[in-house]
Design a protein around this ligand. Structure first.
Ligand code: PHE
Length: 365
């Protein structure tokens, strides 16, 4: 038995194997129970010690060489298969999408983008704060100390207190705490809007426990109510994309603004839908309460670390969901958060429909 010739023949066959099945077949043929190399190993038992001393290392060497060659060939074939698969699965990102994109931008997101665009043009940055807020930012710093009756109006969702002296945590009931956070972190002057989720324990056709507000805050020197009115008028004209927006300012009360102003806007019914525009005193028109606002209370400016004799400002807060309903004609707020794909398909926006002032903030492409 010429072991060297056997080894040469086996290694040549293994090197020539073109797929994993052939490699496996060769493994069985050489190293399996009935395999030829296994057969040679068995002959060692019948040899004389002298003969075994000569043949043993050769046969073991043959087995090791075949085992190594099989493993090497197997790895090479597996690598090649992976290379082929990767080459075949290459994605050409420059190709157009084979299918129209699914999914849509929720009207709330779209409206927030519209607001950011409109206010960016007026020099406002977008600020944000946490939805899990503490009592101090949500109430105390906004001139609502512990015993203030206005706190009761907020239907606040509190977290269970962890320790008697721990800061009381809650789900923010409005975006106004972002006023405090931004004044504290950025100082003055300041021009920001802060869109985001807010929470109140309240639920019916026009109230959901979670809804969206956008806060506006301007802090500068010599700011007065005229700036507030002009800003709101300019914003609402851009948002509703019409020039005949008429505002009515009514005295109101918020602990964090003084004076406080409730802003109404004229509207009429067109095709059973409320359409913003015109004066509420015009024939066929009425006034609708749209948002709360006012000059920032000097206690709030002081609580946020600024000198109220030096800095003044105005603030406003408006419901984003309501703004969306008024512009795009939905009538049930609850449907906003049901996640019904038919609703989303109907009222959602294409991800390519980015609001821009030049293209029309809300005009679908
Ligand atoms: N935070 C008030 C609310 O949620 C709205 C508001 C904001 C009023 C800013 C005045 C100034 O009702």
């Amino acid at each position: 038995m010429d072991i060297a010739a056997t080894q040469e023949d086996a290694l040549a066959k293994i090197a020539a194997a073109q797929d994993l099945e052939v490699v496996e077949g060769l493994r069985v043929a050489y190293l399996g129970k009935q395999g030829s190399v296994s057969g040679l190993l068995k002959t060692l038992g019948g040899m004389s010690p002298d003969e075994r001393q000569v043949q043993g290392p050769r046969i073991h060497g043959l087995r090791e060489a075949v085992t190594a060659a099989l493993a090497e060939r197997k790895a090479a074939l597996e690598d090649a298969a992976l290379e082929r698969r990767l080459a075949a699965e290459t994605v050409d990102l420059t190709l157009p999408a084979a299918e129209a994109p699914r999914g849509s931008i929720h009207p709330v997101s779209q409206v927030m983008d519209e607001l950011a665009e409109i206010f960016a043009d007026l020099g406002f940055a977008v600020a944000s704060g946490p939805e899990i807020e503490d009592d101090w930012h949500n109430f105390t710093a906004l001139n609502m100390p512990e015993s203030h009756p206005a706190r009761a109006m907020h239907d606040t969702l509190y977290f269970p207190s962890t320790a008697p002296d721990a800061r009381r945590m809650l789900l923010r009931t409005h975006t106004s705490p972002v006023q405090i956070r931004t004044m504290l972190s950025q100082g003055a002057p300041l021009r920001i809007i802060a869109p985001g989720r807010v929470y109140r324990s309240d639920s019916d056709a026009t109230h959901t426990p979670m809804f969206h507000q956008v806060e506006g805050l301007v802090i500068d020197k010599g700011i007065h109510l005229g700036h507030l009115k002009w800003t709101l008028e300019t914003f609402l004209k851009a948002y509703f994309e019409r020039d005949d927006i008429v505002l009515r300012l009514r005295p109101s009360y918020f602990p964090f603004t003084e004076p406080s102003v409730e802003v109404d806007t004229g509207y009429s019914f067109e095709g059973g839908r409320r359409v913003i525009g015109g004066s509420g005193d015009d024939p066929g028109h009425a006034w609708m309460e749209l948002l709360g606002s006012g000059m920032v209370n000097r206690h709030v400016i002081a609580a946020a670390g600024l000198d109220p004799d030096e800095w003044q400002g105005f603030a406003f807060g408006v419901g984003v969901d309501r703004l969306a309903m008024l512009k795009y004609g939905m009538n049930d707020l609850r449907a906003f958060f049901d996640g019904d794909v038919r609703w989303l398909k109907h009222y959602g926006f294409s991800m390519l429909d980015m609001p821009t002032l030049s293209g029309g903030v809300g005009t679908p492409a």
